[in-house]
Design a protein around this ligand. Structure first.
Ligand code: TGC
Ligand code: FAD
Length: 385
C-alpha cells in the first residue's frame, strides 16, 4: 500500500482526473521511465521528447484554446505528479514549456502572438523558454540589468539570462527586460541576430534537463515582439505562480516514487534472517515518509480546488511549494538510507530524486523566499530587503 492509498486519496478524485493521471503514468512507464537514469547519467534529454509529450497532451494542458486541452488544475497537477515521479527534469521541461513560456504568451500576448506560437508549443513542434534570472539577480529579479531600448519603431535588447531551462532548445524565448517604462516581456525567436544560448555543464542535479545561459547583444526586435499585456515585474511573477503550482504536485510524485522504491526494496532485502521491512526502525521510516507524502498530497489537492474556484493566492502557493519540496527532499533522503549502498546507485531512483530536488528547492523561488512570502502574508511586513 502506498501513502495515498492509505488515506484513500485516489477515491476522492473525479473520473476525468483519474483517467488523465493513469494515461500519463502509463505513457511514462512505457516510454520514459526505462531511459531516464541513462539520460541523467549522460546529462542530456532527447529533443524528441518534446513532440512526444505534445502528443500526450500535457504541454499547456491547463490552458484554453489555441490547441490546448483546457484541463482542470487538479488534472494538470496530477500530470505533474506523474512526470516528476519519473524525473524532475521531465516535469521541468513540461512546466517551463506550458506554465512559463506558453502561459506568458497566453496571458500577456497579442492575438497574433498566440496564433503564431501556442498551437506549435502545445504540439511540442516548437520549444519555449523563460528568461528571468540573471547572473547577479536571481531571488531579486527587480534589479535585472537586461535592458530594452526603443530605437525608432523597434526595440534593442542587451543583457544576459542564466540558468534557463530549455534555453538552447528554444524556438522562442520569453525574455524579461527593463525599459524606461518598467519591466516588459519580449518574444525572441531562435536565430535572431545577436541572440545566442550556451548550455551549462557540470550539473550534479537536474541532469536530464537542458539548462542554458542566454546572451543578448544588440538584439533588434519589432514592437510586435513585445508582450502587450505584460506591464511591470508582476507580469513575470504571475507566470511563476503557474509553474510553482505544478511543482507543489510534482514534489509529491518524486516523494511517492522514493517511497515505493524503498518499500519494494525493504520487502525483499534480507538482513539478520528477515526482510528489513520487518524491523521497527524501518517501519518508523515508512510511517514518517507516509505522513509526509499524504499531507503534501492533501495540501496540493486543497490548493488545486482553490485554483479551480479562482481563489488561489500567491502566498498559498508559497506554502505549498515550501512545504512539499522540503517534505520530498526529506523523504528522498530517508528512502535512500533504506537502500543501503544500493541507494547511491543510479539503478534506484531516490538519490537521483534527492539531487534533482535540490534544484527544485532553489528554482521558482528559493525556500527562503517562500518563507519570506509567508512571513509577509502572516505579519503584513515585507522582509525581502
Ligand atoms: P514586489 O514589489 O513584491 O512585487 C512586484 C509586483 O509583482 C506583484 N507580485 C506578484 N504578482 C503575481 N504573482 C506573484 N507571485 C507576485 N509576487 C509579487 C506585486 O503585487 C507587485 O505588483 P505591482 O502591481 O504592485 O507592481 O516585488 P519584489 O521585488 O519585492 O520581489 C518579491 C519577491 C522576492 C517575492 C519576488 O521577486 C520573487 O518571487 N523572487 C523569486 C524569483 C523567482 O522565483 N524566480 C524564478 C525564475 S523562473 C524559474 O526558476 C524556472 S525553474 C524551471 C521550472 O519551473 O521547472
Ligand atoms: P540567490 O538569489 O543568489 O540566492 C542565494 C541564497 O541566498 C539562497 O539561499 C537564497 O534563498 C538566499 N537569499 C537571497 N535573498 C534572500 C533574502 N532576502 N533573505 C534571505 N535569504 C536570501 N530561472 C529562470 O528565469 N528561468 C528558468 O527556466 C530557470 N531554470 C532553472 C533551472 C535550474 C536547474 C536551476 C537550478 C535554476 C533555474 N532558474 C531559472 C534560476 C532560479 O530561478 C534561481 O536559481 C533562483 O531564483 C535563485 O536565484 P540564485 O540562484 O541567483 O540565488
Amino acid at each position: 500500500m502506498d501513502p495515498l492509498e492509505l488515506l484513500d486519496i485516489p477515491s476522492t478524485l473525479g473520473d476525468e482526473e483519474r483517467d488523465i493521471r493513469s494515461t500519463v503514468a502509463r505513457y511514462l512507464a512505457d516510454h520514459v521511465r526505462p531511459h531516464v537514469a541513462e539520460w541523467f547519467e549522460a546529462g542530456a534529454l532527447p529533443r524528441e521528447i518534446a513532440p512526444e509529450l505534445g502528443r500526450l497532451g500535457v504541454l499547456g494542458m491547463h490552458l484554453d484554446g489555441y490547441g490546448c486541452a483546457g484541463a482542470s488544475a487538479t488534472a494538470y497537477g496530477l500530470a505533474c505528479l506523474e512526470l516528476e515521479a519519473v524525473d524532475s527534469g521531465v516535469r521541468s521541461f513540461v512546466s517551463v514549456q506550458g506554465s512559463l513560456s506558453m502561459f506568458s504568451i497566453w496571458r500577456h500576448g497579442s492575438e497574433e502572438q498566440k496564433l503564431q506560437w501556442l498551437p506549435r508549443l502545445a504540439a511540442g513542434e516548437a520549444v519555449g523558454c523563460f528568461g528571468l534570472t540573471e547572473p547577479d539577480f536571481g531571488s531579486n529579479p527587480a534589479g535585472m540589468r537586461t535592458r530594452a531600448e526603443r530605437r525608432g519603431g523597434d526595440w534593442v535588447l542587451n543583457g544576459t539570462k542564466t540558468w534557463i531551462t530549455n534555453g538552447s532548445w528554444a524556438d522562442v524565448a520569453t525574455v524579461w527586460a527593463n525599459t524606461e517604462e518598467g519591466v516588459r516581456g519580449f518574444l525572441v525567436p531562435r536565430g535572431t541576430p545577436g541572440f545566442t544560448a550556451r548550455d551549462i555543464k557540470g550539473k550534479l542535479s537536474m541532469r536530464a534537463s537542458v539548462t542554458s545561459e542566454l546572451s543578448l547583444e544588440d538584439v533588434r526586435l519589432p514592437e510586435s515582439a513585445r508582450l502587450p499585456g505584460a506591464l511591470g515585474l508582476g507580469a513575470a511573477l504571475s507566470c511563476l505562480n503557474e509553474a510553482r503550482f505544478g511543482i507543489v504536485f510534482g514534489a509529491v510524485g518524486a516523494a511517492l516514487d522514493c517511497f515505493r522504491t524503498a518499500a519494494d526494496y525493504a520487502g525483499t532485502r534480507v538482513q539478520f534472517d528477515r526482510p528489513i521491512a520487518g524491523f521497527q526502525l524501518t517501519q518508523r521510516k515508512f510511517a514518517d515518509m507516509s505522513l509526509a507524502v499524504g499531507n503534501a498530497m492533501l495540501l496540493a489537492l486543497h490548493l488545486a480546488r482553490l485554483k479551480e474556484a479562482g481563489a488561489l493566492r500567491p502566498a498559498q502557493i508559497s506554502a505549498g511549494k515550501l512545504n512539499n519540496v522540503s517534505a520530498a527532499i526529506a523523504v528522498a533522503r530517508e528512502a535512500r538510507t533504506i537502500l543501503g549502498a544500493n541507494g547511491i546507485s543510479l539503478d534506484y531512483s531516490p538519490m537521483r530524486h534527492a539531487n534533482n530536488l535540490e534544484s527544485v528547492l532553489t528554482y521558482e523561488g528559493t525556500a527562503e523566499i517562500h518563507a519570506l512570502a509567508l512571513g509577509h502574508a502572516l505579519t503584513g511586513i515585507p522582509a525581502y530587503r
